[in-house]
Design a protein around this ligand. Sequence first.
Ligand code: HMG
Ligand code: NDP
Length: 402
Amino acid sequence: MQLSEKEILEKLKTGEIRLFEIEKYTNTANEATDIRRKYIENETKVQLPHIASYSIDMTDTAAKNIENQIGTIQIPVGVVGPIEINMDNETFKTYVPMATTEGALLASVNRGCSTIRKSGGCNVSILANQMTRAPVIKTKSTRDANQLKQWIKNNFDEIKKVAQSTTSHGKLLKIDPIAIVGRYVYPRFVFDSGDSMGMNMVTIATEEALKLIEKENDIDVIALSGNFCVDKKPSAINMIEGRGKSVVAEVIVPKEVVEKTLKTTTQEIVEVNYSKNLLGSAISGSFGYNAHFANMVAALFLATGQDPAHVVEASLGITTAENENGDLYFSVTLPDLPVATVGGGTRLETATESLNLIDAKGSGKVNKFASIVAGIVLAGELSLAGALAAGHLASAHKKLGR
Ligand SMILES: CC(C)(COP(=O)([O-])OP(=O)([O-])OC[C@H]1O[C@@H](n2cnc3c(N)ncnc32)[C@H](O)[C@@H]1OP(=O)([O-])[O-])[C@@H](O)C(=O)NCCC(=O)NCCSC(=O)C[C@@](C)(O)CC(=O)[O-]
Ligand SMILES: NC(=O)C1=CN([C@@H]2O[C@H](COP(=O)(O)OP(=O)(O)OC[C@H]3O[C@@H](n4cnc5c(N)ncnc54)[C@H](OP(=O)(O)O)[C@@H]3O)[C@@H](O)[C@H]2O)C=CC1
């Protein structure tokens, strides 16, 4: 049933229509969005002209990405690069969009890209594609828990068939590890999620598999996610086993480039990396043995429509620096990079434009995208390590960040 804006606003006021139901009474999701915002403006007496200003079509987002929408936010987006990347089977250069509010970040990453170009590009390897979901199951005793673990192992092929019946792209690779605590069991379902990030895909597939496990065993599924996945929290298991895409990027920077572009020496960068990223992280009990993976990852995730909560996982990882006869060997290892080139927020118009800019939109592109993220993380780590070694961090932020 279609209603006028005035009628909807009145019915919202009386409670006849709930705030999240406006789409039912308008022709388009954009109209619903604007009416909802006007209602909130009226109620709060706060005007939202910038949140009101958007160009994307809200139809898809209302159906798939957000509820109760009132507009969009704007975050400045800039460009760095080109970054030069040598993948196992492809070499390319590309400008890369990054969205942030931190002054000096893009200048720094841009300097890292320049350093990498002058070094002949960086090498990137994709190690794994493993999205996980680990439910928690309660059994009657620890003996039953151990029996369930064996049953799951013995019936992997059948479980795989059932899990994969819900998806044409997801592949169940293994159910491992299977942890036991008292009489609780935590089987970690590990899927290849193709070009999607995969959390919806693997959650739906794992639920289907659990129906079979429940039918054949006297158990109680307590929760579909038992925090052994581990989704959106920093964790040792994700560091060790990997989650999402696991990626490594490396570069050898000639001595002269270190001195001219980074304004320091190889040995000073090696010392900063050892004492800060390795020792400093160790004494603080950090999972991130790096300087600022989160900076590059967050800016890329915002620009390209990745789930921003996954920055907490993608910030895990290790930066290494070695002196190789005066040249600098530098690497970043990202074991836990949940990224996509299809599905989720990648369908937003702005995300699509950003992904098109780097030729990483759609099926068959996720390894390229993960390589670009790793290359950009490498660039940011390299430049910040250089700035710290040269004593330039505070002055750079004084000049560019405030
Ligand atoms: C600011 C720079 C880059 C100056 O660095 P510089 O060496 O004085 O700059 P330059 O003018 O000699 O130019 C060198 C290259 O930098 C780039 N560049 C230079 N300026 C710009 C600019 N305006 N816009 C775009 N690109 C710029 C550009 O690529 C250029 O290469 P070229 O094009 O000549 O081949 C350097 O001092 C720097 O990188 N500082 C570090 C800043 C940084 O990394 N901030 C990151 C955020 S810090 C943070 O959030 C995390 C932290 C620090 O708390 C984590 C922790 O605990 O470690
Ligand atoms: N459900 C949850 O618990 C959680 C959900 N999320 C949210 O989940 C969303 C991401 O989930 P995700 O499953 O990635 O996305 P979508 O739910 O958008 O689904 C992606 C689907 O795209 C299809 N597809 C088409 N082409 C490909 C391809 N080349 N490779 C892989 N899949 C392809 C697959 O369909 P098919 O399976 O039919 O083959 C896949 O399931 C994000 O919005 C995120 O915020 C985040 C954390 C937890």
